[in-house]
Design a protein around this ligand. Structure first.
Ligand SMILES: Cc1cc2nc3c(=O)[nH]c(=O)nc-3n(C[C@H](O)[C@H](O)[C@H](O)COP(=O)(O)O)c2cc1C
Ligand SMILES: O=C(O)C(=O)c1ccccc1
Length: 361
């Protein structure tokens, strides 16, 4: 089944306030819409007679091999939609040979998730004020076999998500961020009419003072690769290279942070050009099909991540749903590679694309 099939099934299964939390974006949700619309503008230039009897979707990243360049983006609290939560997501991603990036606000322990996983795992972090909590979690993740750290840099504060504010949304009490010290989570505000508990919690627990210079502290804590998520400009891509990070994710957080931010796909070419091969560039935002993945890969992404679709699949089908989603998307990608006459990921370049992506610049 496709992402859209799982979305339709999930809608009837998930609590309406949780549904709004998953689906929603910031303010007018313009950037959320733009992420998906950007793919609608693209058309492909197929080449023919190239021997596509074997199509290869395998990709390696930081020394690990993946069956597919389509992975799972970090999203908080998977137990909101499935009793097994991230353990089921890890089983599904592993079955598909896909990367799973585990949110710092996961609702299962990093150790339990690692035990359930047969694939690659990275740990995502928000920069909490409590550096001792971060340091401890980084150590646990390394011990449990996580292969990289992904620091999200587009959320010093949480975007103004009116659905959550109007719903007075708070994570239900039986779902908790089990990997984060209770002292950090204790500041969680209950939300209430007109307020989002998630935004209030972040306002109290995230460190808004961090700058590029602070990355040296993170580097000192681990020998794992460090990937920055939430880069949208050539300027910041150049700074990322300068500061010696190991990879970046071009992302606008699925339209959940700065409304009006450029569509993720439109930002991808300038970032890829600025990085100029110095490190892998990943991509997320609006990918709903394998054919969308092909477009981002053609623009220079090494891997693409899905945010909302794995939550839909998890809600509708648990681990099997997540595996099914990733396998279907990978199948679509392989088909599109065959039908564009590019049977290897290395064959995918901008000549695949007919329309210019990247806005007016
Ligand atoms: C319910 C939900 C929770 C999320 N939680 C996180 C998070 O904890 N950390 C993070 O960096 N991004 C988070 N994201 C953003 C995703 O990692 C990703 O950037 C975005 O969903 C990609 O867009 P897509 O949903 O169109 O695929 C979340 C997104 C959703 C929908
Ligand atoms: O990152 C997000 O988009 C998000 O929804 C979230 C969830 C929990 C805590 C902080 C942010």
């Amino acid at each position: 089944m496709t992402a859209s099939d799982y979305q339709h099934l999930a809608r009837d299964l998930v609590d309406p306030d949780v549904w709004d939390f998953i689906e929603g974006g910031a303010e007018s949700e313009r950037t959320l819409a733009a992420n998906v619309a950007a793919f609608d503008r693209v058309r492909l230039r197929p080449r023919v007679l190239t021997d596509v009897s074997t199509v290869d979707t395998t990709v390696s990243l930081f020394g690990a091999d993946f069956a597919t360049p389509i992975g799972v983006a970090p999203t908080a609290y998977h137990r909101l939609v499935d009793a097994e939560g991230e353990v089921a997501t890890a089983q599904g991603a592993g079955a598909a040979g896909a990367l799973f990036v585990v949110s710092v606000f996961a609702s299962r322990t990093v150790e339990d998730i690692a035990k359930a996983s047969t694939g690659g795992l990275w740990l995502h972090l928000y920069w909490l004020s409590r550096r001792d909590v971060l340091a401890d979690l980084i150590r646990r993740a390394a011990d449990a076999g996580y292969q990289a750290l992904l620091l999200t840099v587009d959320a010093p504060r949480i975007g103004r998500r009116w659905r959550d504010m109007r719903n007075g949304f708070a994570i239900p009490g039986d779902v908790t961020a089990v990997n984060v010290d209770e002292a950090v989570m204790a500041v969680t505000h209950r939300g209430g009419t007109g307020r989002s508990a998630i935004a209030e919690h972040a306002a109290q627990s995230f460190d808004q003072t961090v700058t590029w210079a602070d990355l040296a502290w993170l580097r000192s804590q681990t020998s794992l690769p460090i990937v920055l998520k939430g880069i949208l400009t050539a300027e910041d891509a150049a700074l990322a290279v300068e500061h010696g990070v190991d990879g970046i994710v071009v992302s606008n957080h699925g339209g959940r942070q700065l409304d009006g931010a450029v569509a993720a796909l439109d930002a991808l070419p300038e970032v890829v050009d600025a990085v100029a091969g110095a490190m892998p560039v990943l991509f997320d935002g609006g990918v709903r099909r394998g054919t969308d993945a092909l477009v981002a890969l053609a623009l220079g992404a090494r891997m693409v991540l899905l945010g909302r679709p794995p939550l839909w699949a998890l809600a509708a089908g648990g681990a099997d749903g997540v595996a099914g989603l990733l396998q279907t998307a990978t199948g679509e990608l392989a088909h599109a590679m065959a039908l564009t006459g590019r049977p290897r990921l290395a064959d995918l370049d901008r000549t695949v694309l007919s329309y210019r992506v990247g806005g007016e610049r």
